[in-house]
Design a protein around this ligand. Structure first.
Ligand code: ATP
Length: 476
């Protein structure tokens, strides 16, 4: 099997492409068909969604049930673990993430319904039940590289499926292009299957209702590699990642995973970023709750809202609930208002009630550790306290690297003149005392200045970064 793509496809994706068949091909057993679909929103900030569905040949009528562990199990297709040159990471309970250069999830290879094997990224509102989990849509800036990787992935998947089954991989050439094939026809069968799956699912689990809403697009799929200069905090979070992914690993050693982790440090040092990376890397759902909202915006219904979040997190485990500005709960309690007492007790009851193997981790962040109510810091509650301080010189360098690299990737081209060691020294000097958020702002300002100047090419000099840093320092 050899898959490639037509250059026109990349251009069309960049311009914006409605849901389109990019190719389909009949295959010998144990597969019967490969269908590739694509769509994009176009424009400079546009993103592309790509999906390939490998359809097995049907030998018996129990295929539909197999995804529920009933009927004959989907032994015919296993998610391959050897994916050529593309780096992969297991997606808990789902399949494998194929990663890009930065280690972010690029595609998800997962078993879909009815023993389908899918490779996809992006948003698929109608097809989600078929495709299962999601990798985020890909920025159009690097679409050529993504199309290459996608083609390579398809080749490896097909090859692996046939080899695993002891069959010779077919010698088929497929060129992905904008075809005239009707999506409606291609999808009608899939869609019916999707509806049938929903129905079977709701019958098997009465009251479970429709499928849960899709994962948010993983917030640009933040990973630990997006967090610079917080090595100690990052190591703690990686340990907690293990608690979410494999709580049984703790049981094997007669201990329990931490239940709650409190991150504390000055504003803008990466606490929220760490929490999001944890959720994303552990494959958990992320619930972001601002404690100030609990006590102000939700006033009157705060307990129910809080309860709802814990219930949702439990039912959609593994999940991470992140309480920002947790000191707000304690602050209000000092005022001894009856309602806020009830909010805090709802919170504590839920925290105490979380069972060890439930796969729910509660994170909280504060800029004012001293203002946090002692009741929250008792053993078994927020029993791990992690400092997220202002970055050191080396930390600032790592953070700047991350943000310069993000900008490059978004633009899809080199944007900065190479920085010599003396340039770095000047830049790190000018950013003394800066938080991660300040450093991100320096890079943003320099880029914005270029946008305003109306130029669309050329490279940014290190002096511009230093000047932006000095400007920001003066304002502070
Ligand atoms: P606050 O206490 O004000 O809520 P925070 O510690 O949660 O702040 P974040 O929201 O994580 O800070 O950071 C804001 C932005 O600053 C991030 O989205 C990121 O762009 C940048 N940033 C902060 N810290 C880091 C870091 N350590 N590495 C890379 N980027 C960072």
């Amino acid at each position: 099997m050899s898959t490639s793509w037509d250059p026109v496809l990349a251009r069309r994706l960049r311009r914006g492409l409605p849901l389109t068949v990019l190719g389909q091909v009949g295959l010998p057993a144990p597969l019967s068909r490969l269908l590739v679909l694509g769509r994009s929103d176009g424009g400079p900030r546009g993103r592309a969604s790509l999906a390939a569905v490998l359809v097995p040949s049907f030998q018996d009528g129990t295929a539909l049930l197999s995804v529920f562990g009933l009927g004959r199990h989907p032994a015919a297709i296993r998610v391959p673990t050897r994916l050529g040159r593309l780096p992969v990471r297991p997606a808990p309970g789902e399949g494998l993430f194929v990663l890009d250069r930065t280690g972010a999830a690029r595609f998800l290879v997962a078993p879909g319904i009815a023993r389908y094997l899918t490779a996809s990224c992006g948003l698929w509102p109608i097809l989600r039940p078929l495709l299962g989990g999601q990798a985020p849509p890909r920025p159009l800036a690097g679409i050529a590289e993504d199309l290459d990787a996608f083609c390579e992935l398809l080749d490896v998947l097909l090859e692996t499926v046939y080899r695993e089954e002891g069959a010779e991989p077919p010698s088929v050439d497929l060129v992905l292009r904008v075809t005239e094939a009707s999506v409606e026809t291609a999808l009608a069968g899939f869609r019916r299957l999707g509806q049938a799956t929903d129905e079977v699912r709701s019958r098997l689990a009465p009251g479970s209702g429709p499928l849960p809403p899709p994962l948010p697009p993983a917030d640009e799929a933040i990973t630990f590699d997006d967090v610079g200069g917080q090595d100690a905090a990052r190591a703690e979070m990686e340990a907690i990642c293990l608690a979410v992914r494999r709580p049984e690993a703790f049981k094997a050693w007669g201990t329990r995973p931490p239940r709650g982790v409190l991150l504390h440090g000055p504003p803008g040092t990466g606490k929220t970023l760490l929490a999001r990376a944890l959720a994303n890397e552990s494959g958990a759902r992320f619930f972001h709750v601002r404690a100030t909202d609990v006590v102000s915006k939700w006033y009157g219904e705060a307990e129910q809202r809080l309860q709802q979040i814990f219930d949702q997190a439990r039912s959609q485990a593994p999940s991470v609930i992140f309480f920002d500005e947790i000191d707000a709960l304690a602050r209000e309690r000092e005022l001894a208002h009856e309602a806020t007492h009830r909010i805090v007790s709802t919170f504590l009851e839920n925290l105490d009630g979380l069972r060890e193997n439930e796969g729910v981790i509660v994170l909280a962040a504060t800029n004012r550790l001293r203002a946090v109510d002692d009741a929250l810091l008792r053993p078994g509650r927020f029993d791990r306290i992690v400092e997220v301080p202002l970055p050191t010189t080396e930390g600032r360098r790592a953070i700047l690297h991350i943000h310069l690299d993000h900008a490059r990737r978004r633009a899809g081209r080199e944007l900065f003149e190479p920085l010599a060691e003396s340039d770095w020294e000047a830049l790190l000097d000018a950013t003394h005392g800066f938080s991660g958020a300040d450093l991100a702002e320096v890079v943003r300002r320099v880029l914005e200045a270029r946008v305003r100047s109306g130029s669309t090419s050329g490279l940014i000099r290190s002096g511009e970064l230093v000047m932006a840093a000095e400007g920001l320092a003066q304002r502070a």
